[in-house]
Design a protein around this ligand. Structure first.
Ligand SMILES: Cc1cc2nc3c(=O)[nH]c(=O)nc-3n(C[C@H](O)[C@H](O)[C@H](O)COP(=O)(O)OP(=O)(O)OC[C@H]3O[C@@H](n4cnc5c(N)ncnc54)[C@H](O)[C@@H]3O)c2cc1C
Length: 321
């Protein structure tokens, strides 16, 4: 069996859970087995994982699981893997997934591969999984030498599709270990999709000249329902908060659309964004290195181009309604 750890938040399964479930279903099909998913905590829509290929969906719902704790979650998932005799455990390559991967593989004595970006293949009785290395500059194929494989799946590796129908969620009861820490307070930014989960990102660099000019970036982001990001010097200068800094030393993202405004495209910046599905670059310098990585490029003054783009998007959206 392929077991998927499906992340949930605010009572709903995350988009990444749909992707990993579909990935798990395709992997299970190639291995001639079935895919099941497990949700820890509350999620009223867990049954829809069936539509993305899970034959069974299990749920352990307990207030002790309201906040993700790797030590607790890894022990629970390991127990479920043993009970269900799963041979592959899949999770999203998210912050939680990455922290779970290592612990789980130690408990299960399983081979761990982080950031798998294509369906693994079974060759000579061993699972072979591909992943990007050096910020996506190269790819390696890892052979899993153990009977259990623990894999985190890079976002956007597969486009989830409906291949089944919703299933009834079975609730499971397991021994939940006591957490060694307690979350006493949570302060959340409301209304903004966190960068690692954003499908559309509008990002800007030093070309903006002054933080006072950021309004045009925010207007475009608002028109597109996008999350904002920035280059490192912009965060270092205090123009934008550090949690918006993307790149080698910032957050690595894989949105469907990345719009880079007044960013030169230095290798350290590209390292964190070059896995985006579509890259649009707006820069006045036709020689800016970012154009080499762009799917679409606009050579022009951002102070003219960006407001026009925002206006065109707003007009388009109004016409749609
Ligand atoms: C170890 C190390 C790690 C690093 N990690 C990161 C990282 O994680 N993320 C990161 O971003 N950087 C990182 N850097 C810095 C990186 O090397 C670059 O210096 C940085 O990305 C440049 O930021 P920028 O593109 O905003 O600024 P600049 O290089 O100054 O580029 C500004 C761009 O704006 C364009 N521009 C100017 N005015 C206009 C206008 N009116 N209209 C249109 N375009 C205009 C210019 O043509 C230029 O291309 C790192 C560097 C090192 C050494």
């Amino acid at each position: 069996m392929v077991l998927v750890y499906a992340e949930a938040q605010d009572g709903k399964v995350k988009k990444s859970a749909l992707e990993v479930t579909y990935f798990g279903a395709k992997l299970a099909e190639s291995l001639n087995t079935t895919c099941a998913a497990i949700i820890l905590g509350s999620a009223e829509d867990g049954g829809k994982l069936g539509s993305y290929g899970a034959k069974e969906v299990f749920q352990i719902n307990d207030p002790k699981l309201d906040h993700f704790d790797t030590q607790v979650v890894s022990k629970i998932i390991a127990d479920v893997v043993k009970e269900k005799q799963a041979t592959c455990v899949l999770m999203a390559d998210s912050a939680n997934g990455k922290s779970l991967l290592g612990r789980l593989s130690v408990i299960l004595n399983g081979g761990a591969v982080r950031g798998v970006n294509a369906l693994p293949q079974m060759k000579d009785g061993s699972l072979h999984a591909d992943r990007g290395v050096f910020s996506g500059k190269a790819f390696v194929t890892c052979k899993v030498n153990t009977s259990i494989a623990v894999l985190s799946i890079a976002g956007n590796s597969i486009k989830p599709q409906i291949i089944g129908s919703d299933v009834a969620v079975s609730s499971m009861s397991v021994n939940i270990p006591e957490s060694k820490t307690k979350v006493v307070d949570v302060k959340r930014t409301v209304g903004i999709v966190p960068l690692p989960e954003a499908e559309v990102v509008v990002s800007a660099g030093r070309g903006l000249k002054d933080p006072a000019n950021w309004g045009i970036v925010e207007d475009l982001a608002k028109a597109l329902g996008a999350t904002t990001a920035c280059s490192r010097p912009v965060a270092d200068s205090g123009w934008r908060p550090h949690h918006e800094h993307v790149g080698q030393t910032g957050i690595a993202i894989r949105p469907n659309l990345y719009i880079a405004i007044g960013i030169s495209g230095a290798i350290q910046h590209l390292a964190g964004v070059n896995s985006s599905k579509v890259i649009v670059v707006i820069n006045k310098d036709p020689e800016a290195p970012f154009f080499k990585a762009a799917d679409y490029g606009v050579v022009g003054d951002l102070f003219e181009v960006v407001p026009k783009l925002t206006e065109a998007i707003q007009k388009f959206k109004t016409a749609q309604h």
